[in-house]
Design a protein. Sequence first.
Length: 241
Amino acid sequence: MDDHPTTPSPQAHVCVLAPEQIAGPYFRNPKLIRRNISEGSSGVPLLLRLRIVDAATCLPVSDALVDIWHCNARGAYSGWSKVNPDQEVSVGSIGAIPRTDDDTYLRGGQFSDRNGCVRFTSIYPGFYAGRALHIHVAVRIMGSNYLDDRHVAWVGQLYLPEVASRPVLNTQEYAGRTVSVLNNAEDDYYTRMGGERSTLSIYPIGRDSWEDGYFGYMSIGIDTQAVSEHIKPEDFDTYTV
């Protein structure tokens, strides 16, 4: 995926430690190393670039495994496709909601390149009851045995700017829900853990219309020595298919 031709690159000097957020109940580790995570999911295209930076040195973090996962246009997560996204759940911890299937759409990981960047082809996420639109991210600092390394350094959620989300939510794939989406400011996780610092920069892919999809990017500053409390080794063992 090439960067949007009119979009500036994330600034190299942005190296503030990014706020962590919970992994949520729909985390799993399918060990899918892939750039295109859509698996044919219907929705407005989203090309995503994330740049991982060491918050202490401002240097790019290469060879980190960056996983993302998010819901589809109707608010469903793969692995939990039969959970009704129009009914709010009151639990947020990993494993709190039993899996209903082995689907893997809208999940995957990439190793960061020498510039600390990863790129994904996906769709614009929908929403589920009680939350604003968001994308989950986890960053693992890898050892010699890549896919068995469990050093999760950072876990977060990235939010979508409402000016871009409004027209998307009015399209056929996203519309017709029985619940209303929360604005970012109405989402407790957004207001308590990051706010604008956790909001993606979004640009239309097409020069004249957003209907061809969006390009989104963000620089994420992490502590490479940290061990996140939000995804633990036992979470990988229990919830890997």
